[in-house]
Design a protein around this ligand. Structure first.
Ligand code: F3S
Length: 393
């Protein structure tokens, strides 16, 4: 892999230990995947922020970076942590809360803003075609497929290394020739709710592995519905980009391989994603990936004048930025007894420590991960059914 003279100097340690280790991570990664050079990035998005998913081992490394006084070189955002400071700390063990604060302090000292959301694409508008180094698979698919920006699926360490150097290795879907569709998918099922899109994504992720599909039959799909599709697809598989036949900016390519997705396989996938369909959920959760402004507004309309049933929790997770844009709607939602939580989601928190046994959600991604990561049963249902279950209306 070619390095400029300046990059070589960083590699040799002339800019200090933190820059050097970051450069070494990127060079190793680039060599592994056949990158020709490093390219500048517009922004980085770092995962591995929640103490629930990170655990103790990497904290020492983060602390060493912070103590070296290194600062990130580009705009860098953070994935959710394990709690919303205004709601959950009182309900969780002090030890867990303190560990989480230690992690955030390290990132803060590196100059990383406490965005704490898996939807960094709602925080600002980057141009089409820019290169990013984003971890968080759902954000990666969204950036590549909906916004036509270019990012590989980074891990937490490589995204942080890219943030510190402002560069990423040029391989994978940074290169236009690797963004061509490889398989045509004809969706034969009539799609309606966001759950249909999530289930389609979960189904496709398993079939595609890491192939790039071009999807037919999704005319009129909204960005929120495609967000569900991409998040689920990246959970059950490794695909980081999908194209749609109706979208013009993406290049379509000609695919020798073709598959059809019919209603029965989607019904089977939906069934697998509901591990406790007949249990009464104690927590209803909406906002995986974090809610858009439009989704917050829709929810406020649905909850207007209703009350969440006694003994049930209703979490609506979004970013601080979106929450601040919708004060009226947030008031309406909270008046119903639901909680608009920021910085967090159920999967990267500890609902099981709060006594939750079953989660109802409209997110196929949460339904996929919660049984393993939260040790709870799941019921996958569209937003209207989630609201009806939570309020009894
Ligand atoms: Fe975001 Fe949590 Fe889902 S981090 S994508 S809301 S699992």
């Amino acid at each position: 892999m070619h390095l400029t003279r300046q990059e070589e100097r960083v590699f040799e340690g002339e800019s200090g230990w933190a820059q050097q280790i970051s450069m070494k991570i990127l060079v190793r990664l680039g060599e592994l995947f056949g990158a020709d050079k490093l390219i500048p990035i517009d922004s980085a998005h770092v995962s591995g922020v929640s103490y629930k998913t990170l655990s103790d081992a990497p904290i020492e490394f983060l602390r060493s970076l912070a103590e070296s006084h290194v600062k990130v070189a580009v705009n860098t955002t953070l994935n959710p942590q394990s709690l919303d400071p205004s709601y959950l700390p009182q309900k969780l063990e002090v030890k867990l809360v303190n560990k989480q604060w230690q992690i955030l302090k390290c990132f803060d000292e590196m100059g990383i803003s406490e965005s704490l959301t898996c939807t960094p694409y709602y925080l600002g508008k980057a141009a089409e075609g820019v290169h990013l180094a984003w971890a968080e698979s759902s954000a990666v698919v969204y950036a590549n497929s909906i916004l036509n920006q270019h990012t590989n699926r980074e891990g937490g360490p490589s995204a942080l290394a890219a943030a510190i150097t402002g560069k990423t290795p040029n391989y994978g879907i940074h290169k236009p020739e690797n963004r061509e569709a490889q398989i045509r998918v004809d969706v034969k099922k009539l799609m309606s709710s966001e759950v249909d899109y999530g289930v389609l994504g979960a189904c496709l992720g398993k079939i595609l592995g890491d192939k790039i599909p071009i999807l037919r039959g999704l005319r009129g799909a909204s960005a929120d519905q495609l967000k569900q599709l991409g998040a689920a697809m990246a959970s059950t598989g490794m695909t980081s980009l999908f194209q749609r036949e109706t979208a013009s900016p993406q290049r379509k390519g000609t695919c020798a391989e073709k598959i059809e997705i019919e209603a029965p396989i989607m019904a089977k996938t939906a069934e697998e994603l509901s591990t406790a369909p007949n249990s009464e959920p104690d927590l209803v959760f909406v906002g995986c990936p974090h809610c858009s402004l439009n989704e917050v507004k829709m929810l406020a309309q649905r909850l207007e004048g209703k009350k969440v049933k006694r003994g049930k929790e209703f979490w609506v997770c979004t970013s601080r930025c979106v929450k601040n844009l919708a004060p009226e709607e947030v008031r309406t939602i909270e008046k119903s007894g639901a909680h608009v939580l920021c910085d967090v989601c159920t999967v990267v928190s500890w609902p099981e420590k709060l006594g939750v046994k079953t989660i109802m959600t409209n997110s196929a991604k949460t339904a996929y991960y919660a049984p393993t990561l939260n040790k709870v049963g799941t019921a996958l249902a569209p937003l209207d059914a989630c609201v009806a279950t939570a309020t009894g209306q």
